[in-house]
Design a protein around this ligand. Structure first.
Ligand SMILES: [Zn+2]
Length: 325
């Protein structure tokens, strides 16, 4: 499974301690000094309910903290081994007593410390991290249990009738992810920190579109309260705005189509009152209206063709009138 997070605090450059160097050197063939590596930290996951209405239990986070040690971090979900540039050498499970998650529990998060060799190849990546990146972190792991928060059914074993994202007796239904079996890797998408619009930007890319459609899908399925992040709210707002523009354009088109069709009716079937043709046009779907418009246009063209021919005749006659006696 893959889980994506848009988390604070941002990745940070960290100073390197002697203990860190010992841990790092356990992964390196050649002996690395403090100057040879760049060390940074990132929050990988937490005990908050995510956009899929799933969350890790604190127990799971503890296990994941162990499992992520030694795993690689990939930039931008790339499968290219060139990008497997960072390795996590230390993790920490931190409880922030000053912050509560949406369930009112102390906020617990998994912080990973990783290093990147300071070589030419990774210069720009290190720069990106040093300049402060706001990132979306995506972790890849495997858990053996998904527990429904309402009835405690393990959804890996059987289904229950509760809907994730819906509230039951005022309590949000979500899935608790338990017993992690393995952690594979984690990746991060670097976005400049100063741009708050970065989150929205991520909604516009290929993957982002999928996310937006997932939000819309979850809105359609949820019957109770649903949780949205700031970024998701902003993306929805932008989406609604673009739909409103489209709707305005659609209304304009529809209006023009209706009045043109009424005009064709008047030209081809003058015996029908314009009140009647107007209400006919209004009652039709745009697709049917378009078809009717097309048919009436053709009829009108056929009707007007002989009229034009007739209209030509007198002029021809008048042109020839000088030869008449
Ligand atoms: Zn259930």
């Amino acid at each position: 499974m893959n889980k994506s997070y848009d988390l604070q605090p941002n990745s940070e450059a960290e100073s390197i301690t002697e203990d860190d160097l010992k841990l790092i050197n356990a992964y390196s063939r050649k002996r690395l000094k403090a100057d040879d590596v760049f060390v940074f930290s990132a929050v990988l996951c937490d005990n908050e309910i995510d956009r899929d209405f799933e969350r890790f239990s604190v127990e799971s986070l503890k296990t994941l903290a162990e499992l992520f040690v030694g795993k690689t971090a990939i930039k931008n979900h790339s499968m290219n081994s060139e990008d497997q540039s960072a390795r996590t050498f230390k993790t920490e499970l931190i409880t922030d007593e000053n912050r509560k998650n949406s369930l009112g529990e102390p906020y617990v998060y998994l912080k990973a410390y990783s290093y990147i060799p300071r070589i030419k190849k990774y210069e720009s990546l290190i720069e990106e991290i040093e300049s402060g990146i706001k990132k979306e972190v995506s972790i890849s792991c495997c858990v053996s249990k998904s527990i429904c928060s309402v009835c405690k059914t393990d959804l890996r074993q059987s289904a229950c009738h509760h809907k994730r994202g819906k509230s039951y007796n005022g309590k949000l239904c979500y899935c608790e992810l338990n017993d992690p079996l393995d952690a594979y890797e984690w990746s991060f998408v670097a976005v400049p920190a100063q741009k708050n619009a970065g989150v929205v930007k991520s909604f516009k890319d290929k993957e982002g579109n999928k996310k937006l459609s997932n939000i819309v899908k979850s809105l359609g399925e949820a019957e109770g309260e649903i949780l949205l992040s700031d970024g998701e709210v902003k993306a929805l707002r932008d989406y609604i705005k673009s739909l409103e523009t489209l709707a305005d354009e659609g209304r304009e088109y529809r209006k023009a189509l209706e009045s043109e069709t009424v005009r064709f009716f008047a030209l081809t079937s003058p015996e029908i009152s314009s009140d009647c043709t107007r209400s006919i046009c209004k009652s039709l779907s745009t697709k049917d209206l378009k078809e009717l418009n097309g048919a009436l246009r053709e009829k009108q063209q056929k009707l007007s063709a002989p009229q034009l021919a007739q209209a030509k005749k007198p002029s021809e006659n008048s042109a020839n009138s000088q030869f008449r006696f």
